[in-house]
Design a protein around this ligand. Sequence first.
Ligand SMILES: [Zn+2]
Length: 212
Amino acid sequence: MTSTAWMGTRGAGPAGGPAHLRLLPAVAPVDVEAAADAVRALLVALGQDVTCEHLLDTPRRVAAAYAELLTPEPLVLTTFPNDDRYDELVLVRDVPFRSLCEHHLLPFHGVAHIGYLPDQRIVGLSKLARVVEHFARGLQVQERLTRQVANCLQHNLHAKGVAVVLEAEHLCMSLRGVRATGTTTTTSALLGLHRDHPETRAEFFALAGLRR
Ligand SMILES: [Zn+2]
């Protein structure tokens, strides 16, 4: 499970100026060598010949790939005062993401739609994508990932409303088991006015191009 420590300066800086929050992952660092040994043992258990030339370097490559997928980049979330009193929906659509399902260690991937109704603070648009990327790096379930993105934005922006929808294909569903290729799983996390106010919610789903 990915957990994140809330660290660093928060809400500091000159009055009314930008505020920075640095999020650092609280997960233990990956022991790549031990992981490579474990992958080698897994291959042997799966009946593979790890002495064959093609597989010789596979344990190291697999370990490095997992290390990358499970290590979040530190996230610096910079917010700014909403000097222009912008009070309409801010929406970023179709942010691609990929993560690892914690039940099968297989990828799930898709797009995120992220919206918020600003109050006192606004945030750089690219940061909305970075929040998704940050929480996607780890063993996840789509429901938790959706909620973590929404909670992180609400925690830092104190927006009037936050809405996050994730649409993803899970390889554990399409490659194995039911082999339901092409199915999409949709999850949503709605906070504030996006939860309590039907018109605000409807506007988000309409602008995001989602049937709801
Ligand atoms: Zn799975």
